[in-house]
Ligand binder design. Sequence first.
Ligand SMILES: *Cc1c(COP(=O)(O)O)cnc(C)c1O
Length: 240
Amino acid sequence: MTSVETVSGVAANLARVRARIDEACRAAGRDPAAVRLLPVSKTHPTALLREAYAAGVRVLGENKVQEAAAKAAELADLPDLGFAMIGHLQTNKAKDVAAFATEFHALDSVRLAEALDRRLETADRTLDVFVQVNSSGEDTKSGVGPAEVLDLVRAVDQADRLEFRGLMTLAANSDDEDRVRDCFVLMQRLAAEVADAGFAPAGAVELSMGMSGDFELAIAHGATTVRVGQAIFGARPPAA
Ligand SMILES: *Cc1c(COP(=O)(O)O)cnc(C)c1O
């Protein structure tokens, strides 16, 4: 196999991040195959998304509906490329996500679950869903509080077109590792509660958590999908 040299180095960055994931799994006594890397390509041009695809990536994370829909259209020649929407979504944009996304990691209300279910029914599609939890209590963060998780999971369970995959969070934005760890520990506990309540077999509730700055710690606390942007695609413009 020949490796393709690129200016941006997306393939090399992917390999480096994957190696760090594998190392974090070893350190935690976990199987590296149990942790999925979701590269987050928001703000970056489709040329870089194509590089990721060429390196084997088949699902990309995006946080804005309009940007993601435009990229999906531009990359329609890559039919097996999926898009995971990871950003807060207004109910009135449910239709746009239902049209093209393969995963949604930011479900934060029953109303949005119902709107997505209706739009998916019309589009004759299904959507893998993660319930977003505000695990840090920071009021800048989206997501339901820990006490509301089961009600929202129940709504997903009752929606024909939504496939419940697990819980998602952004940990505290802090240099204090203990504060970040507390968020991940809370998520592990909530995943166990969801399983105990019968919504999924034990151990089958996925955890979408961990970003460029904290994915190793997230893996130590049970992350099954890490959402990594900067460490793969480079710095984003400050406004994003
Ligand atoms: C941007 C973003 C990420 C990736 O963050 P990086 O610091 O670039 O790794 C992960 N999750 C969400 C919800 C994001 O918006």
